[in-house]
Design a protein around this ligand. Structure first.
Ligand code: GCW
Length: 725
């Protein structure tokens, strides 16, 4: 299909150019698709109140809210002009704060607004001057912006505006995308093209897309963006780059988004001309202080730093025999003068340490609890290894009561089929957040660690490693957009349900038709479990292709680092398979609270989805299904691959109900996913069979190629590869 090059929905574009008949459905508009509402009755009803916008005072943030409402309403109402001014003859949409809007101030909302903080909002229907009205009220302008986006979601999902009474405030303070974007525009583990940031042309050329990025984030409550890769380059801290960063910050600011950078620990040496980066050296401290002051001259609301130190070859304080706390604090001290924060990553492990990799972060950070400055958060991945399709929750959650912890999820699908597989990740995020750490008794859920309520921390955060690139549809796979969306929604409110978020996203992105919503929600909600089955069933992990992590590679061994091989993790032998992390093995389980351990310690108790994570299990072990472990493993791989066929059938049944362009796109991606699921299934079964020495159970289709075929496949140009520094 030829792509019709038409006006994009960008804030700066002419508002009149929204016409779905001209618009190629290429996914560019994400979930902010403001096409005319089909039902005349609903349009008339919405229009009677909402086509009169009342904004009594302007500010950059309030203007952003007003502009968005104008674009949205004009599109949804089918081109009816939206006036900005007074209350109309039939009603009005009034937005503002008590201090910017005399009308809102006259409504005496202090009791309602009290609990809503700086970013919360109150959206409600009422009657003002005898006219039906909808009010978006907040304490601060940014709350009004978020309220505006809530109302837009409400309209896009076709809900009524007669009885609105929505109060909402974020439970997490820092809701941040982490871009692993390099200065040459490659994106580490990025599968949606190159970086959005056109460093070469910044600061002079401002790609209109930056506005759309900001709009999309604001629409789901994301309020921070780390622009650069955690495998960082010190150049970003030099003046020419800070000017570029400042230009992006200027675009994002009216959308409530602060920018953050990654700090390379050796920057004082690399760009500062010092002979050391020892955090306790006074010249180093002074260098960071000056550098940070300089950053704030360019970006007055700069958010702070994310730091990956002494991990996978990155420099850090341990190069100078200092601790992670010494390292974090030198930055934190300088940032604190400007209200900036440090997110210091706990993703540390060392091939030279003779200890289960899953235990190393805890061992490193547990003794440092309470030693970090108050503006430091420790950023912990959801699981103890590395963004696998399934991991138990990280043992550091709950283990550092004296230190704020923020969780890092990966939206980009490094270990989940890149941007080719449809995998809805909200259930994975929720599985971690809803896990019970028991550190303060039953009910000590991970989400309570993250929202600060368990230990009373005010500094809270959630980080999502972005899946965004410069591909036209932003994320590569049309459904990968749902992972960006759901991350924002869950960071705002960790108690949101995966199902509700999926349905909301489908309605906004595809269609409000009940059949479409139902079918797509079923596919999305099943997709993560299906992926686990065809990739890493029963607690297997880290058996992907060498380095690029594309496709299966359970045979990977004999590499320079044992902890980057697959055999390190699955430990298959003639007796069985799996990593024994009980007391008989690495005792990683002992890092969890005593109440958590019994569930996993005894083989008979261990939930089967975590079996091979915690146990080395004999091939003939009897599973709950009555099958042996070997048979069950084969069945799971088959069930996974078969279920992708079910996803294909369900999708195909929607032909005609989804626009042709996205229908065809997803259809061909599902074809690839289906082929790759079979590839996973066949290679893993054939490989593990060399250890089990057991036949593939009767009734299951046999692989049509030998193991050697799969082992020889090479993908030197797989996307998203780690840069070789
Ligand atoms: O998962 C691993 C990735 C690396 C990444 C690292 C990290 C940014 O393979 O590419 O580096 O995690 O999280 O630091």
């Amino acid at each position: 299909m030829t792509r019709i090059s038409v006006c994009r929905i960008i804030l700066v574009a002419s508002l009149a150019c929204i016409d779905s008949r001209l618009m190629a459905e290429d996914g560019y508009r994400l979930w902010l698709r403001y096409d005319r509402i089909e039902s005349v009755a609903l349009r008339t009803e919405y229009a009677s109140v909402l086509k009169y916008l009342v904004l009594e005072k302007k500010s950059p943030v309030l203007n952003a809210a007003e502009n968005e409402l104008k674009i949205a309403l004009q599109g949804l109402l089918g081109g009816e002009p939206v006036s900005v001014g007074d209350i109309g003859e039939s009603g009005a949409l009034i937005l503002g704060t008590p201090s910017t809007s005399p009308i809102i101030s006259s409504l005496k909302l202090s009791a309602e607004l009290k609990q809503l903080g700086d970013e919360g909002y109150y959206v409600f229907s009422t009657t003002i001057k005898g006219k039906r009205s909808v009010v978006i009220a907040a304490n601060k302008d940014v709350g009004v912006l978020y309220g505006a986006f809530h109302l837009i979601r409400h309209l896009l999902t076709r809900q009524n505006i007669q009885t609105l009474a929505i109060k909402s405030a974020p439970r997490i303070r820092h809701r941040i995308l982490n871009h692993w974007d390099n200065l040459d525009r490659t994106v580490e583990r990025g599968y949606a093209g190159f970086s959005l940031w056109d460093w070469h042309k910044l600061p002079d050329y401002i790609d209109p897309r930056y506005y759309d990025y900001a709009r999309a984030n604001a629409s789901i409550g994301i309020n921070g963006s780390v622009l650069t890769n955690v495998n960082s380059n010190a150049q970003i801290l030099t003046e020419p780059y800070l000017l570029k960063v400042a230009a992006l910050a200027d675009v994002f600011r009216p959308y409530g988004i602060r920018v953050y950078l990654t700090a390379r620990f050796s920057a004082p040496v690399e760009i500062g001309g010092l002979s050391t980066a020892d955090p306790l050296d006074p010249t180093v401290k002074e260098w960071w202080r000056k550098k940070i002051d300089e950053i704030y001259t360019h970006v007055p609301d700069f958010g702070g730093f994310v730091v990956k130190a002494n991990s996978e070859g990155q420099p850090g304080p341990q190069n100078y025999e200092r601790t992670h706390a010494d390292g974090a604090n030198v930055l934190a001290e300088a940032l604190s003068a400007h209200n900036g924060i440090v997110m210091w990553r706990a993703f540390v492990y060392d091939n030279k340490v003779p200890e289960d990799r899953a235990k190393q972060a805890y061992n490193e950070f547990k003794p440092l609890d309470g030693k970090f400055n108050t503006n430091v958060m420790i950023q912990v991945k959801n699981g103890p290894i590395d963004f696998q399709p399934r991991e138990p929750f990280h043992p550091l959650f709950g283990a550092l009561p004296g230190t704020p912890i923020n969780v890092e999820f990966q939206l980009t699908q490094e270990y989940l089929g890149f941007a080719t597989h449809l995998v809805y990740l909200a259930p994975l995020f929720k599985e971690c957040l809803d896990a019970d750490t028991y550190v303060k008794g039953k009910g000590s859920f991970v989400y309570k660690v993250i929202d600060g309520s368990l230990e009373n921390h005010a500094l809270t955060g959630m980080a999502g490693v972005a899946n965004i690139g410069n591909e036209r549809n932003w994320c590569g796979h049309p459904f990968a957009q749902s992972n960006w969306f759901s991350f924002g929604r869950i960071a705002w409110d960790p108690s949101s349900s995966s199902q509700a978020i999926a349905e909301e996203w489908i309605r906004m992105t595809f269609s409000n038709q009940p059949e479409v919503v139902k079918t797509l929600a079923e596919i999305m909600l099943a997709s993560r479990e299906i992926t686990v089955k065809y990739m890493t069933p029963l607690g297997l992990h880290h058996i992907m292709g060498w380095d690029h992590h594309y496709g299966p590679g359970p045979w990977i061994k004999d590499k320079p680092r044992a902890d980057w091989t697959s055999v390190y993790y699955h430990k298959a032998d003639s007796i069985g398979i799996g990593f024994d992390r009980t007391k008989k093995g690495s005792a990683a389980l002992d890092q969890y609270a005593p109440e958590v351990r019994p569930t996993f310690e005894a083989l008979e108790n261990c939930p089967e989805e975590y079996l091979l994570w915690f146990h080395h299990v004999p091939w003939d072990y009897k599973m709950k299904s009555g099958r042996t472990l070997w048979e069950e493993l084969c069945h799971q791989y088959h069930a996974g691959a078969d279920s992708v066929k079910w996803m294909q059938r369900s999708w195909n049944a929607l032909e005609g109900k989804i626009d042709a362009e996205r229908f065809a796109h997803v259809k061909s991606l599902l074809d690839i996913q289906s082929r790759e699921a079979v590839w996973w299934r066949n290679s893993c079964i054939l490989y593990f069979k060399t250890f089990s020495n057991m036949p593939i159970p009767v009734g299951l289709e046999k692989p049509d190629k030998p193991l050697s075929y799969y082992e020889k496949l090479q993908f030197p140009f797989a996307p998203g590869i780690r840069p070789k520094w």
